[in-house]
Design a protein around this ligand. Structure first.
Ligand SMILES: Cc1cc2nc3c(=O)[nH]c(=O)nc-3n(C[C@H](O)[C@H](O)[C@H](O)COP(=O)(O)OP(=O)(O)OC[C@H]3O[C@@H](n4cnc5c(N)ncnc54)[C@H](O)[C@@H]3O)c2cc1C
Ligand SMILES: NC(=O)c1ccc[n+]([C@@H]2O[C@H](COP(=O)([O-])OP(=O)(O)OC[C@H]3O[C@@H](n4cnc5c(N)ncnc54)[C@H](O)[C@@H]3O)[C@@H](O)[C@H]2O)c1
Length: 462
């Protein structure tokens, strides 16, 4: 409820939560001369740059280098004994983050937006009350409101887990020691990236996932090769398991599995998905509804159930990637201006930053067959790409799925070094609607990883 004493400030755009989509929209409209308030409770720049993509990928750079350094002799170098200095690792990561936060902050201020540091909750349609971080409160109403409050790590309801102070994707990056034994509950994106990273830093890592196999949304052949790479690097993977209970036993944590096995670890990382930040937003007051998991309900234009109220990024149930949140910004920007831009049919790529990395876009073989498509499938072991041999990074498998009749590329899974960069080449071809033959027959510079695309599209297995 708005208090009768409250002064309600009216603005053109009110952004609640400064995630990727919201901050980009706020800056754009402020630069265009609109009155914009963006409320952020603490992380200037949002989750990605503070506690997710940017710090993890900074650490992935270090862990890859550690792995390369361990193999230095095969490259003709003698580097001596590798030592991981956690203090320096953290300072590398924190330096990258601090620079990006600082850049974001300056851009926010330069744009002319009113950046309000505080926690917002709704008190009426299009209206929030903000508890300011430095005391006091403001009430702001937007002609348009964009909800961009993101997600936070989920704590799985395993008996005893909460009592052993499990790590999550944020706290593991603040650790002051490398755990000798690390158990990871959840073998998804967060779990696998941290598992592979900590294995390179010297931890004995075990990943536990309840799915019968790793990455069930990927084709089994790709997931198997990735699992084998992780295994070679010392990551133990146990799938199809349920953790029955967890307890601290003197200095160690004991994880009792449903089948009776017991795993002992120094630390446990809970990496079993993320919860939407909607619980304390009092969305009812705004007329905004959520689904059964608490994500804001939106239609394909990202409109919520309330007029002139939009939701973007993770909290809107979008695929949880920063580039998807950025695209949500494009959609809402167009729709606030009266357009009807839709989320339907977006071609969304993603990368899992293990080592080698898995880059994906479009349909898997299994999805294409389930959809009844008449397809051809190509597979190329990464070791047949000359560039991979020069780098001595020959692990991995590339796979492509094309329409047998139209020759359209339906999807690729590229597991190998630098795959995330090569992926965009394929995606560009898909955007342009090119037949696969253009990548098969085009001149691609030698020796590059992208050159492997010439060979991939001749390597039919079906
Ligand atoms: C460990 C990890 C690694 C990841 N790596 C990648 C990657 O490599 N590539 C990739 O594309 N994606 C990655 N992701 C996913 C990516 O981080 C998210 O999809 C992305 O950050 C979502 O952004 P968003 O726009 O939804 O909002 P967020 O960036 O989550 O922003 C929401 C903001 O709202 C603020 N907020 C919340 N409630 C309130 C309130 N009541 N009042 C005021 N402010 C509020 C929060 O403080 C936060 O700053 C990773 C995620 C994790 C956990
Ligand atoms: N490189 C990237 O782009 C990147 C990196 C990290 C995270 N992300 C994003 O963040 C999202 C969240 O990542 P995440 O890994 O937390 O979630 P996720 O949904 O990707 O994976 C969670 C995994 O945990 C398993 N699980 C859940 N409960 C369990 C339990 N009780 N016991 C055992 N296993 C259990 C699930 O089977 C699943 O495999 C990702 O889906 C992704 O969109 C992206």
């Amino acid at each position: 409820m708005i208090d009768s004493q409250d002064v309600v400030e009216d603005v053109d755009l009110l952004v609640v939560g400064g995630g990727k989509a919201g901050k980009t929209l706020a800056m754009d409209l402020a630069r265009a001369g609109r009155r914009v308030v963006m409320v952020e409770r603490g992380m200037i720049g949002g989750t990605c740059i503070n506690v997710a993509c940017i710090p993890t990928k900074s650490l992935v750079t270090s862990s890859r280098l550690a792995r390369r350094a361990a193999a230095a002799q095969s490259l003709g170098l003698s580097l001596g004994k590798l030592e991981v200095d956690l203090r320096m690792l953290r300072s590398h990561k924190e330096g990258v983050v601090a620079d990006m936060v600082d850049l974001n902050h300056r851009q926010f201020l330069d744009s002319g937006m009113d950046l309000v540091l505080g926690t917002a909750h709704f008190v009426a349609e299009r209206t929030v009350e903000i508890d300011l971080n430095d005391g006091g409160r403001r009430v702001v109403r937007g002609a348009d409101v964009v909800i961009n409050t993101g997600t936070v790590p989920h704590l799985p309801s395993v008996p005893g887990l909460a009592d052993v102070s499990p790590l999550n994707s944020e706290t593991i990056m603040r650790l002051e020691r490398i755990p000798e034994r690390l158990a990871v509950i959840g073998g998804g994106y967060v779990g696998l990236e941290f598992a592979h990273m900590f294995a390179a830093f010297g931890s004995r890592v075990t990943v536990l996932d309840r799915n019968p196999r790793l990455l069930p949304r990927e084709d089994a052949d790709i997931a198997e090769v990735l699992a084998a790479c992780l295994g070679e690097d010392g990551v133990e993977i146990i799938t199809g398991v349920t953790v029955k209970e967890v307890a601290r036993d003197e200095d160690a944590v004991r994880l009792v599995l449903e089948d009776g096995r017991v795993l002992v670890a120094d630390d446990v990382l809970a990496a079993s998905g993320r919860d939407p930040v909607t619980r304390d937003l009092r969305l009812d007051a705004a007329g905004v509804r959520t689904d059964e998991r608490g994500f804001v309900r939106v239609d394909d234009t990202l409109a919520t159930d309330a007029p002139h109220t939009w939701a973007v990024g993770d909290v809107a149930g979008s695929l949880q990637f920063t580039h998807v949140s950025l695209d949500d910004y494009r959609i809402v920007k167009a729709n606030i201006a009266g357009g009807t831009r839709s989320t339907t049919g977006r071609l969304i790529p993603w990368n899992l930053f293990t080592d080698p990395e898995l880059a994906r876009v479009g349909l898997t073989e299994e999805q294409a067959r389930t959809a009844g498509r008449d397809i051809r499938v190509a597979k190329l072991p990464v070791k047949s790409v000359p560039r991979a041999r020069t780098m001595r990074e020959t692990r991995g498998l590339w796979k492509a799925v094309v329409d047998r009749n139209t020759e359209e590329i339906l999807g690729v899974a590229l597991l190998g070094p630098d795959s995330s960069e090569v992926l965009t080449v394929v995606q560009t071809a898909m955007w342009a609607g090119m037949p696969f033959t253009r990548l098969r027959d085009g001149i691609i510079a030698h020796p590059t990883m992208a050159e492997g695309l010439n060979a991939l599209f001749t390597s039919w297995v079906d």
